[in-house]
Design a protein. Sequence first.
Length: 537
Amino acid sequence: MASKRKYPVGIQSFESIRKDGYIYIDKTPLIYKMITEGKPYFLSRPRRFGKSLLVSTLAAVFEGRRELFEAFTTEQGIEQPQLFIATTDWKWEKYPVIRFDFSAGDLVTIEQLDTLIDETLKGYERQYGITPEVKDANIRMVNLMRTLHKETGKRVVVLVDEYDNFILHALGDAEKVAQARQRFQNVFGPLKAEDDHLQFAFITGISKFSQMGVFSKLNNLYNISMFDDYATLCGISEEELTTQLRPDIEQMAERNGTDYDGMLTRLKARYDGYHFSKAMVDMYNPFSLVNAFNSGDVTDYWFDRGTSGALINMLAQMPPVNIAELEGIRLPSTYFDLPFESFDNPLPILYQSGYLTIKDCKKYDFDIIYTLSFPNAEVHRGFADCLFKHVAGKQVNSRQASTLQLAYYDFRVDDDLADFIEAIKTFYAGIPYQWEKDNKNEHYYHALLYTLLVAFGADVRAEDPGAKGRSDITLLMPKGIYVMELKYNDTVDTALDQIERKGYADKYRLDGRPITKVGISFSSEERNITDWKAEKL
């Protein structure tokens, strides 16, 4: 087996990646296009999708560091290939670069935000011998840009990473959001007014700037977030994976006892599926891919406690989300510009954050209609886990939640449906009346059960289409297939008869696994499962 290559897990510095011998997917063809065709850009991409590395690479380009882009051998003896931009007519002149980084997760108070902005400006003022006469960030930014242009003879480059990180974590606190907007408008307002002193500007974030109202005065930003030409600027495309990373797939396949095609199929199901434009170019989550290659294990990497907490806090302020209804939902393009803090629609934030992605689009006379869904298995399961914690976190103790999950694993291994349903009943009993009172119907229990199964990693289908209708839930387990029909204040015999009469299981008869039809009855009085019955076909 060949020696494993170095993967930049958690490394966002372009210089470190190149000098220390890590793999770098060459994005400089698109960088060259961008820096030679325009000036002020905005790019929205989900978290952990390579935005910070892109900003670092842009900084190296404008600082004239050509040596990082040429072919060379590192001190460890690793050969780094020449990158595209080194073969172009780019002049490699050194521009003064002002860089703001708001990606820190521990940036939670207005005082901390003020300090970060102040210290960033101070650093450049000290570097160029400027003594600020006032504290106001707007005046200092204007003075900095003019002075740098005058002293260096080069116009200024401004790079802003994760501009919206602070605001997204403050959603729900109207006063804090308003204060943060004022800070950003103040410090970045000069980017338009001082255009004569600006060579290039690039701003990244999760949310579109129109949704945040931060850059209302900077209305000349070129938003390339959904442009076909820049669809592959962040992330790893299918072509990049199967060419530049083909040796890594082959090596991982050998470690996992499979072949190249089998390994690619597993990686695609877990990490692929993102689309950022009408061109529908398949994009993989780079953070997950890099971690998978580094560890040799195809598992979930994109989610962590911080992600789950932020998402849960946002969902708690919005209308209830049914995970089953998010698959294949259609929206006009205007919905992507809804302000987040209205809290009346979770879909814009779910798309911008990477929980949903474009799966299809159709152009009509006056608009484009997008079909959204979960990009891949990792995100689908992770989102369901967030919803599970949203329901169970405070209402159901951790012991009850873990008991339910263990019961599912036992069901998966031992095919013991009875114990699993008893565990579900215990879980439902722990949900207080106050949470459930406004959702008293079959749809509520159906959505909650489906969410739990997805969170546990089950192969489950909601509203599974058959010849004569749709079954509520179809659960595909290693030892059998379970076709489930849920009834509210009705009998299990009615449910079983419906499965049989409408042929819900017919599509699986050639699968080879035993098929079981399952009727489950919920009671409005008991607020729980009161009866259930299973019959093998």
